[in-house]
Design a protein around this ligand. Structure first.
Ligand SMILES: Nc1ncnc2c1ncn2[C@@H]1O[C@H](COP(=O)(O)OP(=O)(O)OP(=O)(O)O)[C@@H](O)[C@H]1O
Ligand SMILES: [Mg+2]
Length: 317
């Protein structure tokens, strides 16, 4: 942008306001402080809204500004087999990516951890991009999770995010509110696919996500990210966002076929902060909640989606 008269040089401060029109969705507004004499300012773009009463500016997140809180405990799900799989539970200050095909139970698993935190009297917040709050609640209640009472008590906040209407800056602002003002100990972003759609420029997603995870890590939050695979079964499944190297822990959920049934399996692929089980366990949802079975030692090739049963003598080796 060129300025016909070089007024910038005589003014003490200069702010540039921009309006962007994405191919789909509401317009996005952002501003940048170009200069401010004699004072340090936060550089880069900051999203803003024009609302009744004035402007609402969402300052760009800088993770290093947040002091590191040494919260080393774990958040256990209360399901012994699941906690064994994850080496005791989710570490505070770490991020966990749940990857899996649509319908494998990713959101339900995240809901279990949010409820476990709320059960202990802590706060949890879920930001859901893909489904409605009503669907989320109905499924959780159908699985016997006590979502409604935690929501009523204010320990659980479930916010639906419309990526077409909300800028990344506003989303980060809402998330920070939960962490800074409500001391949330569990934050769920369901899903990264939806978060990606909220980004005006997708190539910056990973760098923004890295900043966000660092900030949440400093705040001692156990962050759960959900990523949906494209494709239901087999080895051709891909993920539109590869955040597996950003997350500290990666949990894989897959469908596998056996005896004319489609079942789900769960395994932990990595955990930076310590040990975890290497086994693949059966995963099932029911009206009683989440069930994680014993290690599936009688199968070979579960991760291909079409395993073969192995004889008991081979399985015990
Ligand atoms: N009460 C219940 N009893 C048995 N199964 C259930 C119950 N509630 C949900 N399910 C199963 O869980 C699946 C949905 O789980 P969930 O929404 O957690 O999966 P997801 O991996 O998050 O899916 P998506 O990728 O579509 O968001 C349903 O397809 C259904 O098979
Ligand atoms: Mg889901």
């Amino acid at each position: 942008m060129t300025c016909r008269y070089k007024v910038q040089s005589i003014a003490h401060g200069a702010i540039r306001l921009e309006q962007l029109a994405p191919q789909y969705g509401a317009e996005r507004r952002r501003l940048m402080v170009l200069k401010y004499r004699g004072m340090a300012f936060r550089g880069g773009y900051h999203d803003y809204l024009i609302r009744r009463g004035g402007l609402l500016v969402f300052p760009r997140l800088i993770a290093s500004e947040r002091e590191v809180e040494p919260r080393l405990e774990r958040i256990a799900s209360g399901i012994p087999q699941l906690d064994a799989l994850l080496g005791g539970g989710l570490d505070r200050g770490s991020s966990t990516l749940i990857i899996g095909a649509p319908g494998t139970g990713k959101s339900s698993l995240a809901a279990v951890y949010a409820c476990a935190a709320a059960q202990k009297g802590e706060n949890a917040a879920l930001f859901i991009f893909d489904e409605s709050v009503k669907t989320f609640m109905t499924r959780g209640i159908g699985m016997g999770l006590d979502l409604q009472s935690h929501v009523s008590a204010g320990r659980l906040v479930i916010q639906q995010i419309d990526p077409a209407e909300m800028s990344p800056g506003e989303f980060i602002h809402r998330l920070r509110h939960e962490v800074d003002n409500r001391q949330a100990s569990v934050i769920v972003i369901d899903s990264l696919n939806g978060y990606l759609n909220a980004m005006p420029e997708e190539r910056f997603l990973v760098i923004q996500l890295h900043e966000l995870l660092t900030y949440l890590g400093h705040a001692g939050v156990a962050t759960i990210l959900i990523s949906a695979h494209q494709g239901l079964i087999g080895s051709q499944m891909t993920s539109p966002v590869d955040a597996s190297y950003l997350a500290d822990t990666a949990v894989l959920m897959r469908y596998y076929e056996t005896r004319g049934e489609v079942r789900q399996a769960i395994s932990v692929m990595k955990k930076r902060s310590g040990t975890h089980e290497r086994s693949i366990r059966d995963f099932r949802l029911s009206a009683d909640g989440v069930h994680v079975g014993p290690p599936l030692r009688h199968y070979r090739g579960i991760l291909t989606g079409v395993p073969v049963e192995t004889p008991p003598d081979e399985a015990s080796r």
